[in-house]
Design a protein around this ligand. Structure first.
Ligand code: BGC
Length: 406
């Protein structure tokens, strides 16, 4: 928490309530709604012809799987997030130009650049963006493109939109109009992601018509630009079923998944008491049972999770690929059904997990995503979930093989 408050920007304080994202996702699965949720995933086998998502009727099927969006999705297969960088209030981690060449050498084909545009916007009615933020984003975009990777820029931590989507829509549209105009002549390997992890009041249902307006505004200057949209609930897979998108053939849907959350966020100061138990390995069960730290006052459902983690074989263990495989199968099936290519914009594990377990986790997750032909993007390059050790100037041991090994 201390680290969070000292090293993270003001806007991310609301990200402290990112606990809600994580708890929300976790609880969906582990608590009361488990039967309904597992039923949903039980239907999600892409081989099962009875699979029938039921989005609101406004969500039209795109009949062709040879759209500009499908072609663009091929450029966004193995990505890295520049986390805690341009979305941080006053700049977070530093990323020198040489790092972009290194990303390419590692094997990444795209870079996701979270941007806190709204922090550099003047007042209403124009919300004029400062030249400073454009210069910073230009640096990341041009260095990525110069190294022959695709790049995606977004609006990240736009808390005003999450608190009151209707009130913030005007600013949201005006920011995108300026960003779109600035980049209108950039190659098609630059994509825009409209909003990172809508949550709280920014439900999928409320965001649907807002997305339609922003897409129309961007299309005025960027008719061919690839756009990414995320459902509500922090980009939740379980919210895909509520999306209603305009029949635009260059829109990719992006979701986030941090399961198994007790493993990926163990000891993370920004996710609250229920996830402070450390020493969790991947995959479970551990060689010697984990003794719960009772000073954390673990809730019964946390103790139950630890009990399963200590005792169940890997195939059934909550700290294993089981935690995300059915979800990713659902994503694949949903995408195929609606003819909307899909992207996994964030997954990862905090560095409090041991290095071997992190490598095991990144390897298992990316293999599952690749088997299902879902492009992925790790959180993150050199911040608190880092792939790259900026001090030692090398990849964290095990991470390269995890992502790019066979
Ligand atoms: C947030 C980061 C956080 C990461 C993992 C991202 O969506 O922007 O601040 O570290 O999730 O929790």
């Amino acid at each position: 928490m201390k680290r969070f408050l000292t090293t993270r920007h003001r806007g991310q304080i609301s990200s402290y309530f990112g606990i809600m994202k994580k708890i929300h996702i976790f609880c969906l699965v582990s608590l009361a709604v488990l039967p309904a949720f597992s039923k949903l995933f039980a239907q999600a086998n892409p081989d099962d012809e009875s699979f029938m998502p039921a989005n609101p009727p406004g969500m039209k099927l795109m009949a062709s799987h040879d759209t500009p969006a499908y072609r663009a999705a091929k450029l966004f297969q193995r990505g890295v997030n520049l986390g805690d960088y341009l979305e941080a209030g006053r700049w977070g981690v530093k990323i020198p130009a040489a790092d972009f060449a290194q990303m390419k050498r590692e094997g990444f084909d795209h870079v996701r650049v979270p941007v806190g545009w709204h922090r550099y916007a003047g007042g209403a009615p124009d919300f004029t963006l400062s030249p400073e933020i454009f210069a910073r984003v230009d640096f990341a975009v041009t260095n990525t493109l110069a190294n022959k990777m695709a790049v995606m820029i977004n609006i990240h931590h736009f808390d005003e939109l999450d608190k009151d989507p209707a009130a913030a829509t005007d600013e949201f549209i005006k920011i995108w109009r300026q960003v779109a105009a600035h980049y209108k002549n950039f190659p098609n390997t630059l994509a825009f992601e409209l909003d990172n992890e809508p949550h709280d009041q920014a439900t999928t249902a409320l965001m649907n018509p807002i997305y339609a307006k922003v897409i129309a505004a961007i299309r005025e200057t960027n008719p061919q630009r690839t756009l990414f949209v995320e459902p509500g609930g922090w980009g939740s897979i379980n919210e895909l079923k509520n999306l209603v998108l305009p029949p635009d053939d260059n829109v990719i849907v992006s979701v986030h998944c941090y399961e198994p959350f007790h493993f990926t966020h163990q000891g993370a100061g920004w996710v609250g008491a229920d996830f402070q138990q450390t020493g969790i390995v991947f995959p479970g069960p551990p060689a010697a049972p984990l003794v719960p730290d009772m000073s954390l006052n673990p809730k019964p459902w946390v103790l139950e999770w630890i009990k399963k983690y200590n005792t169940l074989a890997t195939e059934k263990n909550p700290s294993s690929a089981r935690a995300f495989t059915e979800r990713l199968k659902y994503v694949r099936a949903w995408s195929d059904f609606y003819g909307r290519p899909i992207h996994l914009g964030e997954f990862g594990a905090y560095t409090k997990a041991d290095a071997q377990s992190r490598a095991n986790f990144y390897a298992a997750f990316r293999r599952t995503a690749e088997e299902l032909k879902i492009g992925w993007c790790i959180w993150d390059w050199n911040a608190n979930f880092h792939y790259w050790n900026a001090v030692e100037n090398r990849a964290v041991p095990g991470m390269h093989a995890a992502l790019f090994g066979k």
